[in-house]
Design a protein around this ligand. Sequence first.
Ligand code: EPU
Length: 342
Amino acid sequence: MIISEHCSLLGHNTFGIAARARCLVEYDSAEELQAFIRQRNEQMDHTPLLHIGGGSNLLFTKDFEGTILHSRIKGIELLSDADRKVEVRVGAAVVWDDFVDYAVRHGWYGLENLSLIPGEVGASAVQNIGAYGAEAKDVISLVETIDLQTGTPRQFTNYECLYAYRHSIFKTRLRGRYAVTHVRFCLSRDFEPNLEYGGLRLALSKNGIEPNQLDAALLRATIIGIREGKLPDPKVLGNAGSFFTNPIVLRNEYNRIAREFPEVPHYEVDALHVKVPAGWLIEQCGWKGKALGRAGVYEKQALVLVNLGGATGEEIAQLCRTIQTSVRERFQIDIQPEVNFI
Ligand code: EPU
């Protein structure tokens, strides 16, 4: 276990915000985390506790006057391999894309479309990360956690996680209550490409890849190419990926927009609802490539807010609020941040 007092969080958030924490505890096993909670309870320590992953979905708007927990639990363990299915148990601190790479190399399929998503495996189960027609919930079988109040282990089945678009029980009713230590995934030995996302089919044909030539490594490389073309590298330009979720609106609201903009991109949700890309709404409001101080809107994808260098979390938050107001005034639609404000 590594305990650091009064430390900088610069290396712990991809926005590159120079906030500080009173204490950072990085533990190496579920048992170490349990020992930490036991001690905290014995000392009747009621200071705030925050569990983080790779920091790729966080915005620190001020210093954190409490303890930040971070897992260092690594390891990818094959639990079963039968009937063309594998079940794998992965430590929460494994870098998500290292896991995708490992799986593709081992012939375990189902993660290819989620290539290059920043962050760690533990957070994938909290956020239900998703991209290019796939979501983590499609492959998660079980989430192993520790109760941060009592230190008791608890497992959640996929069903119990109440997964939905960018949502899980860990973001709503049980927010901040459980730390994910391991995630189990059910993957396939048979490669069945998910080509639902139009941009993916386009990229494959642009690269001259015929459907019969496609394998998992090629699909992964294509996804990486698409992401690199659209999304900024946090090592170069601080960001947290999509800053907002795509709003799910009532069909009559969508119809109202479509009357004015017949080409508005959208995804069908159900008979009553339609999802409209927040990036499109923000671009229509004229924000793409614009900035407020040191906080900017990425020039290639308006859904991504960027730290143009030395921005504070509050500056990014100010840009977020200004964009929300613009979108509300222009389209009467509320867009909500996907990023967690701390
Ligand atoms: N669009 C614009 N202007 C923009 C951005 C997008 O007009 O500035 C339009 C695009 O032309 C397209 C549509 O909006 O017609 C959708 O854009 P895109 O395919 O880039 O995806 P998105 O809806 O903006 C979502 C995810 C991304 C994921 C992509 C691909 C959310 C919040 N974001 O973005 O996830 O990579 O789809 O599946 O659902 C992330 O979570 O960090 C992330 C990057």
